[in-house]
Design a protein around this ligand. Structure first.
Ligand SMILES: *Cc1c(COP(=O)(O)O)cnc(C)c1O
Length: 231
């Protein structure tokens, strides 16, 4: 298993380098977030040993459990899935970054938890770039007003935007959706309050992270490609 994982991590890193090179970017500016939702703690540990130091989970309880069981490793945990407000506090305790902030009420809860824990919490705003109704996230034209509305939330730092391409989007649509997220980041940079520093773009999964990097992704969330060939 260790060998297969090391091979998979190297292959993904190679793809990241090539996509960065194609678009005149530095591969060091793209962080691989290893999405471990398919595997148990033992395999997750092996992934860390294979060189993946930033991990993502989409279910809060699983994230808490794994973060607790792997405290000795000092990895960075990212929450990437839908978060309910009653799960905010423990998630804030366990994570370095919450990608999936999709409502102002959730952002306020995270800010409250940050205050209680004496912690400044880094978050991304999730944007529904495909318009698919099953998708979470703010609509693109809400982002400017959300950015204004977080100004008083002093325990929060909005460091960027996150999206998932539409499930039924073809290659061209996917690229257009990723470009839209980058344009949103750029167009909202100018008039943002002090706790909003728009620099991260979390976009791209196994099937499309190379396209996402060409469009400016700084965080790619890759799961299945890392666990290929394991049984
Ligand atoms: C599962 C998941 C991923 C990773 O998807 P793969 O196709 O397995 O690479 C990325 N982002 C989110 C939000 C996910 O839930």
């Amino acid at each position: 298993m260790e060998e297969q994982l090391a091979e998979n991590v190297a292959a993904v890193q190679q793809q990241i380098s090539e996509a960065a090179k194609r678009s005149g970017r530095d591969a060091a500016d793209v962080c691989l977030v290893g999405v471990t939702k398919y595997v148990d703690v033992a395999t997750t540990r092996a992934l860390v040993a294979a060189g993946c130091q930033t991990l993502g989970e989409n279910r809060p309880q699983v994230l808490w459990e794994k973060a607790g069981a792997m405290q000795d490793l000092g990895v960075h945990w990212h929450m990437i899935g839908h978060l309910q407000r009653n799960k905010v506090r423990r998630t804030v305790e366990s994570t370095a970054l919450i990608h999936s902030c999709d409502s102002l009420r959730l952002l306020k809860s995270i800010d409250d938890a940050g205050e209680q824990l004496g912690k400044s919490v880094d978050v991304l705003l999730e944007v529904n770039v495909s318009g698919e109704t099953a998708k979470h996230g703010f609509s693109p034209d809400e982002i400017a007003s959300v950015i204004e509305a977080v100004e008083p939330l002093g325990n929060l730092r909005v460091t960027g935007l996150m999206c998932m391409a539409g499930l039924s989007s073809g290659q061209q649509d996917v690229r257009r959706e990723f470009d839209l997220l980058r344009e949103l980041l750029e167009s909202n940079r100018g008039n943002a309050p002090a706790n909003v520093q728009l620099r991260e773009l979390s976009m791209g999964m196994s099937r499309d992270f190379d396209v996402a990097i060409e469009s400016g992704a700084t965080l790619v969330r890759v799961g299945s490609s890392l666990f290929r060939g394991l049984r």
